[in-house]
Design a binder for this molecule. Structure first.
Ligand SMILES: Nc1ncnc2c1ncn2[C@@H]1O[C@H](COP(=O)(O)OP(=O)(O)OP(=O)(O)O)[C@@H](O)[C@H]1O
Ligand SMILES: O=c1ccn([C@@H]2O[C@H](COP(=O)(O)O)[C@@H](O)[C@H]2O)c(=O)[nH]1
Ligand SMILES: [Mg+2]
Length: 233
């Protein structure tokens, strides 16, 4: 029997290193980004004409983040950046990180921050637009801190799509897009990682007053109507 997603008051904050993949490839994100040349002001993002607007979109596996981001982006003119898609592109392009990313995604773990933040930074810098929906990131407090140190743009809105685990598993297993992680074992692992590592990020933004928790049960249209007022302001 699957458990329902814990209420925010019961978030797990204790680290569970076995669920992570950090450090497995010999890089430490603070070391990797510690040179002056990579500080935000010199690194390109701040040299865009305007400081980009960033919104984060979070939620468990299969909850509908990508589906809703497509709708939000079309309706409100955002550029949708799915960090999972950026990682999958590294796999299909066989880059230096490709094999490590494939292994990590297959296990349902979190790719090291130095890789994801670097990909995200490049995607923001190379976009001609300046309003972004960042889908599926930050996935851990470590991701969040790395983002703050390297990119450093405070998110305006953090959306959290909330749904019970049975429904998330059902949606993943019906997705049918050939993703290596769309199976029961990986999804169960992803649910554990979400609870242990992503819920603390959600709590952080809740405490900062930036979190918009959306009931993700219902049709795609119903859920989008719950989101619309947040961006229609
Ligand atoms: N409200 C909904 N009701 C039922 N199915 C939905 C709903 N929203 C999305 N789906 C379906 O659920 C599946 C997962 O949706 P989606 O890919 O948007 O989730 P996600 O949160 O981006 O997942 P992941 O974190 O694994 O990338 C898709 O097949 C999508 O069509
Ligand atoms: O910031 C991130 C985003 C994603 N991952 C890995 O990719 C898969 C799939 O991500 P989706 O956002 O659901 O497409 C995820 O389970 C992680 O393994 C990541 O490590 N960091
Ligand atoms: Mg997705």
């Amino acid at each position: 029997m699957l458990r329902r997603v814990s209420p925010l008051s019961k978030l797990i904050s204790a680290a569970k290193p076995s669920l992570l993949n950090q450090g497995a490839y010999g890089l430490n994100f603070l070391e990797a980004f510690s040179t002056d040349a990579l500080k935000p002001a010199e690194a390109g993002i701040m040299s865009k004409a305007r400081t980009p607007t960033i919104n984060f979109v979070l939620g468990g596996p299969g909850v509908g983040k990508g589906t809703q981001c497509t709708r939000i982006a079309e309706t409100f003119g955002f550029t949708h950046l799915s960090v999972g898609d950026l990682l999958r592109k590294e796999i299909s392009s066989n880059t230096e990180y490709g094999a490590m990313i494939l292994e990590t995604i297959t296990k349902g773990k979190i790719v090291a921050s130095e890789v994801t933040v670097k990909l995200l930074k490049t995607a923001i810098e190379s976009s001609e637009t300046d309003r972004f929906l960042i889908d599926g990131f930050p996935r851990s407090e470590e991701n969040r801190v790395a983002y703050e140190q390297i990119i450093g743009i405070e998110p305006e809105v953090v959306l959290f799509f909330d749904c019970n685990e049975e429904e998330m598993l059902k949606r993943v297993l019906h997705r049918n897009q050939g993703r290596v992680d769309d199976n029961v074992d990986t999804t169960m692992q992803r649910l554990k990682v979400f609870e242990a590592y992503t819920l603390p990020v959600i709590r952080y933004y809740s405490q900062k007053g930036k979190l918009h928790k959306i009931n993700a049960i219902g049709t795609e249209d119903e859920i989008f109507e719950r989101v619309r007022p947040i961006f229609a302001k």
